[in-house]
Design a protein around this ligand. Structure first.
Ligand code: G3I
Length: 331
């Protein structure tokens, strides 16, 4: 694998995938596929509070350390996911209610975690999914331990703390539901842009927005809407990356060739909408192979057939989705 450098013959946009800890340890074919296709990895778990923080006074780094070792052995870079999120929080954090306590816990966590990987993890999803999920036009702040205690200020605290610890790290706000041609996605795009504007006005450090891009297979990409958001972000010197690309194919046709073609087209449309404005700093899929994907947990197909949301089949064969990505990355 390479580090995505633009040296002759190397991908011009780094490509990577979310890595599942269990198979990383016991599936040799999976490890080989990661090395063959990826210049980047990110832990599907491991750097979430629920994995890292068994209790208020301890940190358990064994999973991210294992992934970082794998990345370094194979010339890959590792992204950090994620420092502040509403989900995957251990029970004990429900007791965090005052603003002072929330600020202390969030700051200590970020100082410890980003400090441990300073210079090793060059890009962090500092804040994951800050936008509420309600479909009202005015999309507000998602409820969380952090938002309840600190309001929007938790976003500034998280970003400022991460920047203070590792000034060279790319600081990312990562969210989903930004890509489809729906009123809800349009409202989310506008709300995310407003949040970024407020952060800029407050002088809070932020380098990029992560489009998770869990694409609904049955909905068109709002290519103009995505391009407009990317252009507006670029006008504020904010980069973009695709952080969790897969295609939710539960309602797509059963016929594999037709289904895979639709999946590839959704990916082409999204990447084309971004590239029409700028080059994403990275493209990562949320998993590499249909053998290990979160999608069927939430979007099981009614016909009982396996989902096919990712670039490789469950036997690690590249699909049209992988070709669509490689046409863009140069990989
Ligand atoms: O490791 C435990 C295991 O010990 C236990 O027996 C089992 C049953 O409870 O749970 C296992 O933990 C699960 C973990 O994945 C590891 O497999 C959690 O229950 C489960 O909630 C967790 O789901 C992850 C989810 O985020 C929540 O953290 C998914 O794998 C992961 O794909 C998903 O990823 C999210 C991104 O972080 C943010 N964007 C959306 C994306 C998809 O939901």
């Amino acid at each position: 694998a390479t580090d995505g450098a633009t040296a002759a013959g190397q991908p011009k946009i780094p490509f990577g995938a979310a890595v599942r800890d269990g198979p990383l340890q016991d599936d040799e074919a999976y490890r080989q596929a990661l090395v063959q296709y990826c210049q980047l990895v990110v832990g599907e778990g491991g750097l979430k509070w629920v994995d890292l923080r068994p209790d208020r006074s301890s940190f358990d780094f064994h999973q991210p350390d294992r992934l970082l070792a794998f990345a370094r052995q194979n010339g890959m870079k590792m992204r950090g996911h994620t420092l502040a999120w509403y989900a995957a929080m251990p029970e004990w954090t429900n007791a965090i209610t005052s603003a002072a306590e929330a600020e202390r816990e969030l700051t200590t966590h970020i100082e410890t975690v980003v400090g441990r990987y300073r210079g090793e993890i060059p890009s962090w999803d500092v804040v994951n999914e800050p936008l509420s999920d309600d479909s009202s036009a005015s999309v507000g702040l998602r409820d969380s331990v952090w938002a309840a205690a600190l309001g929007e200020r938790y976003v500034d605290i998280a970003l400022r703390t991460a920047h203070a610890v590792d000034p060279r790290a790319q600081l990312v706000i990562n969210d989903y539901g930004l890509e489809a041609a729906t009123e809800k996605a349009r409202a989310r795009r506008l709300s995310l842009l407003d949040l970024v504007r407020r952060l800029r006005d407050r002088g809070t450090p932020l380098d990029a927005v992560g489009f998770q891009a869990h694409l609904p297979g049955d909905l068109d990409i709002d290519t103009d809407g995505v391009s407009q958001l990317v252009a507006d972000l670029k006008s504020m010197d904010i980069e973009v990356l695709v952080t969790e690309l897969d295609v939710i194919d539960d309602t797509l046709p059963a016929e594999i060739i037709e289904r895979d073609a639709i999946v590839a087209r959704r990916v082409q449309d999204l990447l084309g909408a971004i590239l029409s404005v700028t080059q994403p700093t990275a493209i990562l899929t949320w998993g590499l192979t249909d053998r290990y994907t979160w999608v069927p947990i939430w979007y099981k197909r009614g016909d009982g057939k396996p989902n096919r949301p990712l670039p490789l089949t469950d036997t690690f064969e590249p699909k049209p989705m992988m070709q669509a990505i490689q046409a863009v990355t140069g990989g």
